[in-house]
Design a protein around this ligand. Structure first.
Ligand code: GDP
Ligand code: MN
Length: 404
Protein backbone atom coordinates (compact mmCIF):
# COMPACT_ATOMS: atom_id res chain seq x y z
CA UNK A 1 0.00 0.00 0.00
CA UNK A 2 1.37 3.40 -0.99
CA UNK A 3 0.88 6.59 0.98
CA UNK A 4 0.57 10.12 -0.32
CA UNK A 5 3.36 12.58 0.42
CA UNK A 6 1.27 14.39 3.07
CA UNK A 7 0.48 11.09 4.83
CA UNK A 8 4.09 9.90 4.68
CA UNK A 9 5.35 13.20 6.11
CA UNK A 10 2.80 13.05 8.93
CA UNK A 11 3.92 9.50 9.80
CA UNK A 12 7.62 10.41 9.66
CA UNK A 13 7.17 13.45 11.88
CA UNK A 14 5.64 11.21 14.55
CA UNK A 15 9.06 9.53 14.66
CA UNK A 16 10.85 12.83 15.10
CA UNK A 17 11.86 13.25 11.46
CA UNK A 18 11.87 16.99 10.58
CA UNK A 19 9.63 17.61 7.58
CA UNK A 20 8.69 20.47 5.33
CA UNK A 21 5.38 21.36 7.00
CA UNK A 22 2.18 21.86 5.04
CA UNK A 23 -1.59 22.20 4.90
CA UNK A 24 -3.75 19.92 2.78
CA UNK A 25 -6.12 21.62 0.33
CA UNK A 26 -9.01 19.78 -1.31
CA UNK A 27 -11.10 22.70 -2.58
CA UNK A 28 -9.97 25.63 -4.69
CA UNK A 29 -11.84 28.13 -2.52
CA UNK A 30 -9.81 27.03 0.54
CA UNK A 31 -6.51 28.23 -0.96
CA UNK A 32 -6.42 31.66 0.65
CA UNK A 33 -7.27 30.46 4.17
CA UNK A 34 -4.78 27.60 3.86
CA UNK A 35 -2.00 30.01 2.88
CA UNK A 36 -2.81 32.25 5.85
CA UNK A 37 -2.80 29.23 8.18
CA UNK A 38 0.50 27.97 6.78
CA UNK A 39 2.15 31.38 7.17
CA UNK A 40 0.86 31.69 10.74
CA UNK A 41 2.05 28.22 11.71
CA UNK A 42 5.43 28.21 10.01
CA UNK A 43 6.38 31.83 9.39
CA UNK A 44 7.09 31.00 5.75
CA UNK A 45 7.15 33.86 3.24
CA UNK A 46 6.55 31.78 0.11
CA UNK A 47 4.91 28.41 -0.32
CA UNK A 48 5.01 25.40 -2.59
CA UNK A 49 1.85 23.88 -4.09
CA UNK A 50 2.30 20.13 -4.58
CA UNK A 51 -0.05 17.68 -6.33
CA UNK A 52 -0.84 14.61 -4.22
CA UNK A 53 -0.88 11.56 -6.49
CA UNK A 54 0.85 8.20 -6.22
CA UNK A 55 3.65 8.89 -8.68
CA UNK A 56 7.03 10.54 -8.56
CA UNK A 57 8.41 13.09 -11.00
CA UNK A 58 5.56 15.51 -10.26
CA UNK A 59 7.92 18.46 -10.55
CA UNK A 60 8.71 17.53 -14.15
CA UNK A 61 5.02 17.35 -15.04
CA UNK A 62 4.09 20.75 -13.59
CA UNK A 63 2.63 19.33 -10.36
CA UNK A 64 4.97 21.25 -8.00
CA UNK A 65 4.98 25.05 -8.12
CA UNK A 66 6.51 27.78 -6.00
CA UNK A 67 4.18 30.63 -5.06
CA UNK A 68 5.59 33.99 -3.96
CA UNK A 69 2.32 35.78 -3.16
CA UNK A 70 -1.39 35.14 -2.73
CA UNK A 71 -2.11 35.56 -6.45
CA UNK A 72 0.49 32.89 -7.28
CA UNK A 73 -1.01 30.64 -4.62
CA UNK A 74 -4.50 30.94 -6.10
CA UNK A 75 -3.24 30.44 -9.66
CA UNK A 76 -1.26 27.31 -8.80
CA UNK A 77 -4.00 25.77 -6.67
CA UNK A 78 -6.53 26.47 -9.44
CA UNK A 79 -4.29 24.93 -12.08
CA UNK A 80 -3.10 21.89 -10.17
CA UNK A 81 -6.28 20.83 -8.30
CA UNK A 82 -8.36 18.85 -10.77
CA UNK A 83 -5.66 18.61 -13.44
CA UNK A 84 -4.72 15.36 -15.19
CA UNK A 85 -1.07 15.29 -14.13
CA UNK A 86 1.34 13.45 -16.41
CA UNK A 87 4.74 12.49 -15.03
CA UNK A 88 7.31 9.94 -16.21
CA UNK A 89 5.82 7.61 -13.55
CA UNK A 90 2.07 7.90 -14.22
CA UNK A 91 0.54 5.08 -16.36
CA UNK A 92 1.73 5.49 -19.95
CA UNK A 93 4.28 8.14 -18.88
CA UNK A 94 4.19 11.61 -20.42
CA UNK A 95 2.21 10.16 -23.35
CA UNK A 96 -0.45 8.58 -21.09
CA UNK A 97 -3.68 10.18 -19.85
CA UNK A 98 -2.16 11.29 -16.54
CA UNK A 99 -3.72 11.05 -13.09
CA UNK A 100 -6.48 13.23 -11.66
CA UNK A 101 -5.23 15.46 -8.84
CA UNK A 102 -7.81 15.49 -6.02
CA UNK A 103 -5.68 17.06 -3.30
CA UNK A 104 -2.75 19.43 -3.09
CA UNK A 105 -0.32 19.94 -0.25
CA UNK A 106 0.59 23.56 0.38
CA UNK A 107 3.97 23.58 2.09
CA UNK A 108 6.34 26.05 3.66
CA UNK A 109 9.28 27.08 1.46
CA UNK A 110 12.39 25.40 2.86
CA UNK A 111 14.75 26.82 0.21
CA UNK A 112 15.32 30.13 2.02
CA UNK A 113 18.61 32.05 2.50
CA UNK A 114 20.56 32.13 5.78
CA UNK A 115 20.79 35.09 8.18
CA UNK A 116 23.44 36.70 5.93
CA UNK A 117 21.12 36.47 2.95
CA UNK A 118 23.14 33.66 1.35
CA UNK A 119 21.47 30.62 -0.23
CA UNK A 120 23.30 27.57 1.09
CA UNK A 121 20.97 24.63 0.50
CA UNK A 122 22.05 21.13 -0.53
CA UNK A 123 19.77 18.41 -1.92
CA UNK A 124 20.54 14.84 -0.86
CA UNK A 125 18.93 11.53 -1.74
CA UNK A 126 18.03 8.99 0.95
CA UNK A 127 15.97 5.82 0.81
CA UNK A 128 15.52 2.61 2.76
CA UNK A 129 14.28 -0.69 1.40
CA UNK A 130 14.73 -4.41 1.94
CA UNK A 131 17.38 -6.09 -0.20
CA UNK A 132 16.04 -9.63 -0.53
CA UNK A 133 19.22 -11.15 -1.95
CA UNK A 134 21.31 -9.69 0.89
CA UNK A 135 18.51 -10.50 3.38
CA UNK A 136 18.95 -7.10 5.00
CA UNK A 137 17.54 -3.60 5.00
CA UNK A 138 19.65 -1.19 3.03
CA UNK A 139 19.98 2.58 3.26
CA UNK A 140 20.74 4.10 -0.12
CA UNK A 141 22.05 7.67 -0.14
CA UNK A 142 23.73 10.19 -2.36
CA UNK A 143 24.96 13.76 -2.40
CA UNK A 144 23.25 14.12 -5.79
CA UNK A 145 19.62 14.45 -4.66
CA UNK A 146 16.92 16.39 -6.42
CA UNK A 147 14.87 15.39 -9.37
CA UNK A 148 17.13 13.06 -11.38
CA UNK A 149 18.35 10.26 -9.13
CA UNK A 150 17.63 7.64 -11.84
CA UNK A 151 20.11 9.44 -14.12
CA UNK A 152 22.72 9.64 -11.33
CA UNK A 153 22.39 5.90 -10.64
CA UNK A 154 22.85 5.13 -14.33
CA UNK A 155 25.64 7.51 -15.27
CA UNK A 156 27.60 7.92 -12.03
CA UNK A 157 26.77 4.89 -9.86
CA UNK A 158 29.84 5.59 -7.68
CA UNK A 159 27.94 8.57 -6.24
CA UNK A 160 25.21 6.30 -4.88
CA UNK A 161 26.18 4.69 -1.56
CA UNK A 162 24.64 1.73 0.24
CA UNK A 163 24.67 0.94 3.94
CA UNK A 164 23.38 -2.51 4.92
CA UNK A 165 21.79 -3.06 8.32
CA UNK A 166 22.47 -6.37 10.02
CA UNK A 167 19.06 -7.92 10.78
CA UNK A 168 20.09 -9.12 14.25
CA UNK A 169 22.28 -6.23 15.35
CA UNK A 170 20.05 -3.46 13.98
CA UNK A 171 20.99 0.04 12.86
CA UNK A 172 24.09 1.26 14.69
CA UNK A 173 25.12 4.79 15.70
CA UNK A 174 28.40 4.51 13.77
CA UNK A 175 26.41 3.83 10.59
CA UNK A 176 24.43 7.05 11.03
CA UNK A 177 27.71 8.96 11.55
CA UNK A 178 29.26 7.34 8.48
CA UNK A 179 26.30 8.39 6.31
CA UNK A 180 26.40 12.00 7.59
CA UNK A 181 30.18 12.08 6.99
CA UNK A 182 29.95 10.63 3.47
CA UNK A 183 27.37 13.29 2.64
CA UNK A 184 30.09 15.84 3.35
CA UNK A 185 28.39 17.36 6.39
CA UNK A 186 29.94 18.91 9.48
CA UNK A 187 28.85 20.80 12.59
CA UNK A 188 25.12 21.22 13.20
CA UNK A 189 24.14 19.78 9.82
CA UNK A 190 26.16 16.63 10.60
CA UNK A 191 24.44 16.20 13.98
CA UNK A 192 21.02 16.80 12.43
CA UNK A 193 21.68 14.21 9.74
CA UNK A 194 22.73 11.58 12.31
CA UNK A 195 19.38 12.06 14.08
CA UNK A 196 17.47 12.26 10.81
CA UNK A 197 18.78 8.91 9.53
CA UNK A 198 18.29 7.19 12.88
CA UNK A 199 14.69 8.38 13.21
CA UNK A 200 13.81 7.55 9.65
CA UNK A 201 15.18 4.04 10.07
CA UNK A 202 13.01 3.61 13.19
CA UNK A 203 9.98 4.82 11.25
CA UNK A 204 10.71 2.34 8.45
CA UNK A 205 10.97 -0.65 10.79
CA UNK A 206 8.16 0.32 13.17
CA UNK A 207 5.60 0.87 10.42
CA UNK A 208 6.49 -2.35 8.52
CA UNK A 209 7.37 -0.26 5.47
CA UNK A 210 8.83 -1.75 2.31
CA UNK A 211 10.15 1.55 0.99
CA UNK A 212 10.81 5.02 2.26
CA UNK A 213 12.36 7.51 -0.12
CA UNK A 214 13.29 11.11 0.68
CA UNK A 215 14.27 13.06 -2.42
CA UNK A 216 15.23 15.75 -1.86
CA UNK A 217 16.43 15.35 1.70
CA UNK A 218 17.36 18.99 2.18
CA UNK A 219 20.12 20.70 4.12
CA UNK A 220 18.65 24.16 4.65
CA UNK A 221 20.68 27.34 4.60
CA UNK A 222 20.57 27.37 8.42
CA UNK A 223 21.88 23.79 8.58
CA UNK A 224 18.72 21.88 9.38
CA UNK A 225 17.97 18.59 7.64
CA UNK A 226 14.36 18.27 6.43
CA UNK A 227 12.35 15.85 4.32
CA UNK A 228 11.20 18.09 1.44
CA UNK A 229 9.52 15.11 -0.26
CA UNK A 230 8.52 11.70 1.11
CA UNK A 231 7.44 8.50 -0.54
CA UNK A 232 6.38 5.61 1.66
CA UNK A 233 5.13 2.13 0.80
CA UNK A 234 3.81 -0.17 3.50
CA UNK A 235 3.99 -3.95 3.36
CA UNK A 236 0.38 -5.14 2.87
CA UNK A 237 1.12 -8.26 4.90
CA UNK A 238 2.03 -6.13 7.93
CA UNK A 239 -1.00 -3.85 7.69
CA UNK A 240 -3.08 -5.85 10.17
CA UNK A 241 -0.65 -4.66 12.83
CA UNK A 242 -1.31 -1.01 11.93
CA UNK A 243 -5.06 -0.30 11.80
CA UNK A 244 -4.25 3.42 12.03
CA UNK A 245 -2.24 3.20 8.79
CA UNK A 246 -4.58 0.82 6.96
CA UNK A 247 -7.26 3.53 6.88
CA UNK A 248 -4.91 5.85 4.95
CA UNK A 249 -5.44 3.78 1.80
CA UNK A 250 -6.66 5.93 -1.10
CA UNK A 251 -8.90 3.80 -3.31
CA UNK A 252 -8.86 6.47 -6.04
CA UNK A 253 -5.27 5.47 -6.72
CA UNK A 254 -6.18 1.83 -7.44
CA UNK A 255 -7.82 0.15 -10.42
CA UNK A 256 -11.60 0.43 -9.68
CA UNK A 257 -12.31 -3.18 -10.70
CA UNK A 258 -9.51 -4.43 -8.45
CA UNK A 259 -10.99 -2.44 -5.55
CA UNK A 260 -14.43 -3.99 -6.15
CA UNK A 261 -12.92 -7.48 -6.36
CA UNK A 262 -11.10 -6.88 -3.08
CA UNK A 263 -14.38 -5.89 -1.43
CA UNK A 264 -15.85 -9.20 -2.63
CA UNK A 265 -12.84 -11.04 -1.17
CA UNK A 266 -11.62 -12.03 -4.64
CA UNK A 267 -8.01 -11.92 -5.73
CA UNK A 268 -8.09 -10.08 -9.05
CA UNK A 269 -5.45 -8.56 -11.29
CA UNK A 270 -6.41 -7.05 -14.62
CA UNK A 271 -4.28 -7.98 -17.66
CA UNK A 272 -4.52 -6.96 -21.30
CA UNK A 273 -5.66 -10.15 -23.12
CA UNK A 274 -9.19 -11.23 -24.11
CA UNK A 275 -9.75 -14.55 -22.27
CA UNK A 276 -11.32 -13.98 -18.86
CA UNK A 277 -10.23 -16.54 -16.26
CA UNK A 278 -12.06 -17.74 -13.16
CA UNK A 279 -10.06 -20.23 -11.11
CA UNK A 280 -9.88 -21.47 -7.52
CA UNK A 281 -6.40 -21.24 -6.03
CA UNK A 282 -3.54 -18.96 -7.04
CA UNK A 283 -1.33 -21.79 -8.31
CA UNK A 284 -4.07 -23.24 -10.50
CA UNK A 285 -4.85 -19.72 -11.75
CA UNK A 286 -1.26 -19.25 -12.86
CA UNK A 287 -1.18 -22.66 -14.55
CA UNK A 288 -4.44 -21.79 -16.33
CA UNK A 289 -3.05 -18.49 -17.57
CA UNK A 290 0.08 -20.28 -18.82
CA UNK A 291 -1.85 -22.89 -20.76
CA UNK A 292 -4.15 -20.28 -22.33
CA UNK A 293 -1.05 -18.42 -23.52
CA UNK A 294 0.68 -21.60 -24.74
CA UNK A 295 -2.44 -22.55 -26.69
CA UNK A 296 -2.40 -19.24 -28.56
CA UNK A 297 -4.70 -17.07 -26.42
CA UNK A 298 -4.11 -14.18 -24.06
CA UNK A 299 -5.49 -14.03 -20.51
CA UNK A 300 -7.51 -10.91 -19.68
CA UNK A 301 -7.04 -11.27 -15.95
CA UNK A 302 -5.87 -13.29 -13.01
CA UNK A 303 -8.79 -14.21 -10.76
CA UNK A 304 -8.63 -16.51 -7.79
CA UNK A 305 -12.10 -17.12 -6.33
CA UNK A 306 -10.54 -18.89 -3.35
CA UNK A 307 -10.97 -22.34 -1.90
CA UNK A 308 -14.65 -21.99 -1.09
CA UNK A 309 -15.93 -21.17 -4.56
CA UNK A 310 -19.66 -21.00 -3.81
CA UNK A 311 -22.44 -19.78 -6.12
CA UNK A 312 -22.33 -16.22 -4.76
CA UNK A 313 -18.58 -15.93 -5.32
CA UNK A 314 -18.94 -17.33 -8.84
CA UNK A 315 -21.57 -14.71 -9.61
CA UNK A 316 -19.43 -11.89 -8.18
CA UNK A 317 -16.47 -13.14 -10.19
CA UNK A 318 -18.58 -13.20 -13.37
CA UNK A 319 -19.60 -9.59 -12.83
CA UNK A 320 -16.01 -8.49 -12.27
CA UNK A 321 -14.72 -10.26 -15.40
CA UNK A 322 -17.58 -8.96 -17.55
CA UNK A 323 -16.67 -5.35 -16.60
CA UNK A 324 -13.73 -5.65 -18.97
CA UNK A 325 -14.85 -4.80 -22.54
CA UNK A 326 -11.84 -6.70 -23.94
CA UNK A 327 -13.12 -10.06 -22.69
CA UNK A 328 -14.37 -12.20 -25.61
CA UNK A 329 -14.65 -15.53 -23.77
CA UNK A 330 -14.37 -16.88 -20.24
CA UNK A 331 -12.59 -19.99 -19.04
CA UNK A 332 -13.69 -21.35 -15.69
CA UNK A 333 -11.30 -23.87 -14.20
CA UNK A 334 -12.25 -25.14 -10.76
CA UNK A 335 -10.91 -28.06 -8.82
CA UNK A 336 -13.52 -29.65 -6.58
CA UNK A 337 -11.63 -30.55 -3.43
CA UNK A 338 -13.57 -29.08 -0.54
CA UNK A 339 -16.40 -27.83 -2.75
CA UNK A 340 -18.37 -30.29 -4.86
CA UNK A 341 -18.22 -29.70 -8.63
CA UNK A 342 -21.97 -30.04 -9.14
CA UNK A 343 -22.54 -27.14 -6.75
CA UNK A 344 -20.11 -25.02 -8.76
CA UNK A 345 -21.79 -26.10 -12.01
CA UNK A 346 -25.17 -25.14 -10.59
CA UNK A 347 -23.63 -21.86 -9.42
CA UNK A 348 -22.36 -21.14 -12.93
CA UNK A 349 -25.73 -21.87 -14.52
CA UNK A 350 -27.59 -19.77 -11.92
CA UNK A 351 -25.16 -16.86 -12.18
CA UNK A 352 -25.40 -16.96 -15.97
CA UNK A 353 -29.18 -16.69 -15.76
CA UNK A 354 -29.14 -14.09 -12.95
CA UNK A 355 -26.78 -11.76 -14.75
CA UNK A 356 -28.89 -12.13 -17.85
CA UNK A 357 -27.05 -10.39 -20.67
CA UNK A 358 -23.97 -12.55 -21.11
CA UNK A 359 -23.27 -12.76 -24.83
CA UNK A 360 -19.82 -14.34 -24.87
CA UNK A 361 -19.04 -18.06 -24.82
CA UNK A 362 -17.98 -19.73 -21.60
CA UNK A 363 -15.86 -22.83 -21.21
CA UNK A 364 -16.06 -24.72 -17.95
CA UNK A 365 -13.67 -27.34 -16.73
CA UNK A 366 -14.56 -28.89 -13.39
CA UNK A 367 -12.41 -31.63 -11.95
CA UNK A 368 -12.55 -33.61 -8.71
CA UNK A 369 -15.46 -34.30 -6.43
CA UNK A 370 -18.66 -34.80 -8.44
CA UNK A 371 -17.08 -33.84 -11.79
CA UNK A 372 -19.22 -36.14 -13.92
CA UNK A 373 -22.54 -34.94 -12.56
CA UNK A 374 -21.26 -31.37 -12.97
CA UNK A 375 -20.35 -31.91 -16.63
CA UNK A 376 -23.81 -33.31 -17.32
CA UNK A 377 -25.39 -30.27 -15.68
CA UNK A 378 -23.38 -27.92 -17.90
CA UNK A 379 -24.00 -29.93 -21.09
CA UNK A 380 -27.74 -30.04 -20.50
CA UNK A 381 -28.10 -26.38 -19.47
CA UNK A 382 -28.93 -25.23 -23.01
CA UNK A 383 -26.72 -22.13 -22.50
CA UNK A 384 -23.66 -20.98 -24.46
CA UNK A 385 -21.56 -22.80 -21.87
CA UNK A 386 -19.24 -25.59 -22.96
CA UNK A 387 -17.64 -28.26 -20.83
CA UNK A 388 -14.17 -29.71 -21.07
CA UNK A 389 -12.47 -32.52 -19.18
CA UNK A 390 -8.73 -31.86 -19.35
CA UNK A 391 -7.10 -28.47 -18.94
CA UNK A 392 -5.55 -28.66 -22.42
CA UNK A 393 -8.96 -29.41 -23.89
CA UNK A 394 -10.41 -26.41 -22.07
CA UNK A 395 -7.66 -24.08 -23.35
CA UNK A 396 -8.04 -25.34 -26.92
CA UNK A 397 -11.81 -25.00 -26.72
CA UNK A 398 -11.71 -21.43 -25.42
CA UNK A 399 -9.39 -20.43 -28.26
CA UNK A 400 -11.66 -22.17 -30.73
CA UNK A 401 -14.86 -20.44 -29.56
CA UNK A 402 -12.96 -17.17 -29.65
CA UNK A 403 -12.10 -17.42 -33.33
CA UNK A 404 -15.53 -18.70 -34.30
P1 GDP B 1 8.69 15.09 -7.23
O1 GDP B 1 9.06 15.85 -8.46
O2 GDP B 1 7.41 14.31 -7.41
O3 GDP B 1 9.81 14.24 -6.73
O4 GDP B 1 8.34 16.20 -6.11
P2 GDP B 1 9.28 16.92 -5.01
O5 GDP B 1 8.50 17.01 -3.76
O6 GDP B 1 10.60 16.26 -4.90
O7 GDP B 1 9.44 18.38 -5.60
C1 GDP B 1 10.08 18.64 -6.82
C2 GDP B 1 11.08 19.78 -6.68
O8 GDP B 1 10.46 20.94 -6.17
C3 GDP B 1 12.22 19.51 -5.72
O9 GDP B 1 13.26 18.79 -6.29
C4 GDP B 1 12.66 20.90 -5.37
O10 GDP B 1 13.63 21.35 -6.30
C5 GDP B 1 11.40 21.72 -5.50
N1 GDP B 1 10.95 22.07 -4.15
C6 GDP B 1 10.43 21.26 -3.20
N2 GDP B 1 10.19 21.93 -2.06
C7 GDP B 1 10.57 23.21 -2.30
C8 GDP B 1 10.59 24.40 -1.50
O11 GDP B 1 10.23 24.41 -0.33
N3 GDP B 1 11.05 25.54 -2.10
C9 GDP B 1 11.50 25.56 -3.37
N4 GDP B 1 11.92 26.71 -3.86
N5 GDP B 1 11.51 24.46 -4.14
C10 GDP B 1 11.05 23.30 -3.62
MN1 MN C 1 10.99 14.13 -5.07
Amino acid sequence: MNLHEYQAKELLSRFGVPIQRGVLVEKKEDAEAAFAKLQAETGTKWCVVKAQIHAGGRGKGGGVKLAKNLDDVKTHVNNILGMMLKTPQTPGGMEGPGKLVRKVLMTEDVYYPNADGVMDTKEFYLSILTDRTKEANVIIYSTEGGMDIEKVAKETPELVHKEYVHPHVGFQAYQARKIAFNLGLSGDAYKSMVKFVTNIYNAYVSSDASLVEINPCLKTSDNKIVAADAKLSLDDNGLYRHPDLEVLNDEHEEDPTEVEAKNFGLNFVKLDGNVGCMVNGAGLAMATMDIIQLSGGKPANFLDVGGTADAQRVENAFRIILRDPNVDAILINVFGGIVRCERIAQGVVDAYKNIGNIHIPIVVRLQGNGAEVAKKLIDESGLDVHSAVTLQEAADLVNKVLTK
